[in-house]
Design a protein around this ligand. Structure first.
Ligand SMILES: *Cc1c(COP(=O)(O)O)cnc(C)c1O
Length: 389
């Protein structure tokens, strides 16, 4: 198994790593171990599993596959992306300080501003697209640097290697929320980061039918702390959810290739429309993060945001006029989604914060699915025609 990790490619590992035939029955596909407990052979003698909050074979298969794809030795799965993020924050303690990239998932912002300060953890928010701002914010008490890249919803790029180096020099951990990129396009640990966090709800699950999260680390002490605190606090995924996520994961490479091919087509199409003031997609050569993305990612992903000339009324009309893009929260599923960051994904941020991040009332976010690109462009075209009227 260890040998295979070295040699096999991403798609192979997504399908095989951690997923050997079931030792009990030979089942080719990892079974859903829908059990709370495991019958002990004798007092104090079990077959590696005792109680499913602590460990479960279906969940373990998912964890081994994810760890391999992220290039870390340890995967820890959680019941949601937010549980994974809350679990990661168990790596800091009262009195510790965290430097956070201010272009941040709304749920993380809520956790960091409204929950964790009660436990004595302090946060500073910086524009991490300029690593020197991260360095400036570091204090003696800084124990963690938290970044996301590409960011949501403006698709800005943060230099993972530069931030990880700043963290390392400060004796702090660098955490990357890698949800937007997925391990197919970006491996934070290989870039020097200490922790990769995922909402598997998005591209990894990929079918908008299961909520989940995961953390991958390479060092044993962090893995030990994450597992211990997850067992102590209980934020696990159930075996069915782990199984669905694992099934989604098997096709991650195929889906990501199509997502980004379609996103590139849609971005180029939208760039030709007079109703569109700006297209934010790292795959466009004039995107400010294009070169960094080309350096630290293996592709540009499936998310993009457009700013409309007509501002709020045009944005609202576009969101309500598409036929194939469903108006909804979330992203990363096979089906295309359209969203209005101002009142949806970024509702938790005050208006001046949103404007500072570049989110305007004319911004519309697209999660480009894997339908036929021609159909997606045609749908956006007809919706823009109608929104413009
Ligand atoms: C959705 C998301 C989360 C939270 O994940 P849930 O599974 O919804 O709890 C965290 N980070 C990013 C970047 C996300 O998109």
């Amino acid at each position: 198994m260890a040998e295979r990790k070295q040699q096999d490619g991403f798609a192979t590992r997504a399908i095989h790593e951690g997923q050997a035939a079931d030792p009990a029955t030979g089942a080719t596909i990892t079974p859903v171990y829908q059990t709370v407990t495991y019958t002990q052979d004798a007092l104090g003698e079990n077959r590696g599993f005792e109680y499913s909050r602590t460990d479960n074979p279906t969940r373990r298969a998912l964890e081994e596959a994810l760890a391999s794809l992220e290039g870390g030795r340890f995967g820890v799965a959680y019941g949601s992306g937010m549980a994974a993020i809350a679990g990661t924050m168990q790596l800091v303690h009262a009195g510790d300080h965290v430097v956070v990239a201010d272009d941040l998932y709304g749920g993380s912002y809520r956790l960091f501003t409204r929950v964790l300060p009660h436990y004595g953890v302090r946060f500073s928010y910086v524009d991490a697209t300029r690593p020197e701002e991260v360095a400036k914010a570091v204090e003696p008490a800084t124990k963690m640097v938290w970044i996301e890249t590409p960011t949501n919803p403006m698709l800005r790029l943060v230099d993972v290697a530069a931030c990880a180096e700043i963290a390392r020099k400060a004796g702090a951990l660098c955490v990357v929320d890698n949800t937007f990129a997925t391990p197919y396009l970006q491996n934070p640990l290989a870039l020097g980061a200490h922790v990769a966090v995922h909402s598997t709800t998005k591209y990894i699950g990929g079918h908008s039918d299961v909520i989940g999260g995961a953390v991958v680390v390479d060092d044993e002490d962090s893995a030990e702390t994450l597992r211990f605190t997850r067992n102590a606090t209980g934020g696990i995924p159930g075996p069915w959810d782990a199984w669905l996520t694992l099934r989604g994961l098997k096709t991650l490479s195929l889906r990501m290739r199509q997502h980004q091919e379609n996103a590139q087509r849609v971005a180029e199409f939208l760039g030709t429309r007079s109703e569109v003031a700006a297209v934010h997609y790292p795959g466009l050569p004039d995107h400010p993060g294009h070169e960094l993305a080309a350096r630290q990612m293996r592709g540009f992903g499936g998310m993009l945001t457009v700013d409309l000339v007509g501002g709020e009324p045009a944005a609202r009309a576009l969101c309500e006029s598409t036929r194939l893009f469903s108006l909804g929260e979330s992203l990363g599923g096979v089906e295309s989604l359209i969203g209005y960051p101002w009142t949806m994904s970024h509702a938790a941020f005050p208006p001046e914060e949103k404007l500072r991040k570049g989110i305007s009332e004319g911004s519309v976010r697209l999660s480009v699915g894997i339908e036929d690109a021609d159909d997606l462009c045609a749908d956006l075209g007809q919706a823009l025609d109608r929104a413009g009227r």
